[in-house]
Design a protein around this ligand. Structure first.
Ligand code: AMP
Length: 202
């Protein structure tokens, strides 16, 4: 059948979107949100909002986040569960920053099975370490963001490789992983992402 008789399912898509810090994930997730008309849920943003609001969880998370460590699986799952219970998620979501390890991956699958909201696809943005380091170094020179400090970027890449890369393996094994080349212009990368999205008959 012709490709044109299939279209991307706007307003109906459950996506896990991952890639290392500095891979352009945030930019692409924002574009995807406008295209698909489903909320972009970032666990980093949810935690930062809790910190800002000074909730008990936020107060606990603040110290851990400032140390550049990962917040406990339990705390993040709690905050994610609350967010996925809101009505705007009924048509889908783009989940960014979760799952970050295999424990979180199992917890997510259990949660989505309970909510009867199976995942459609996991998209991994692939950017070589050298390109990430170069991007962050450039930004660090201009903006002085502490998390762009080359030593911290290297550390985060290690954590990503050790803990998050196995999550990609898992999605590959269940046939739900799409790996997208994240090197190139923003719009070029975005087109590659659109090309891997599941389609329905028009
Ligand atoms: P991000 O904006 O995704 O880089 O997240 C910022 C910080 O929030 C991380 O460095 C962690 O401390 C915390 N965080 C966000 N998502 C998670 C997660 N899934 N598991 C544990 N900690 C997380």
């Amino acid at each position: 059948m012709l490709a044109s008789t299939f279209r991307i399912r706007t307003g109906h898509m459950r996506i896990v979107f991952f890639g290392p810090n500095g891979s352009g994930k945030g930019t692409q997730a924002t574009l995807l949100k406008s295209e698909l008309k489903v909320p972009h849920i970032s666990t980093g943003d949810l935690l930062r909002a809790a910190v800002k609001a000074g909730t008990p969880l936020g107060l606990r998370a603040k110290v851990i986040m400032e140390a550049g460590k990962l917040v406990s699986d339990e705390m993040v799952l709690g905050i994610l569960e609350e967010r996925l219970a809101l009505p705007d998620v009924v048509g889908g979501f783009i989940l960014d920053g979760y799952p970050r390890n295999l424990v979180q991956c199992a917890a997510l699958e259990e949660l989505l099975a309970r909510l009867r909201q199976p995942l459609d696809i996991a998209i991994k943005l692939d950017v070589p370490d050298a390109a990430i380091l170069a991007r962050c170094e450039q930004r660090f020179a201009l903006e002085h963001r502490p998390d762009d400090d080359p030593a911290i970027v290297r550390k985060r890449l290690d954590v990503y490789r050790e803990q998050t890369a196995p999550v990609a393996e898992h999605f590959a094994q269940i046939g739900k992983l799409a790996t997208v080349d994240g090197v190139g212009e923003v719009n070029t990368v975005f087109k590659r992402i659109l090309a891997v999205l599941p389609r329905s008959p028009a």
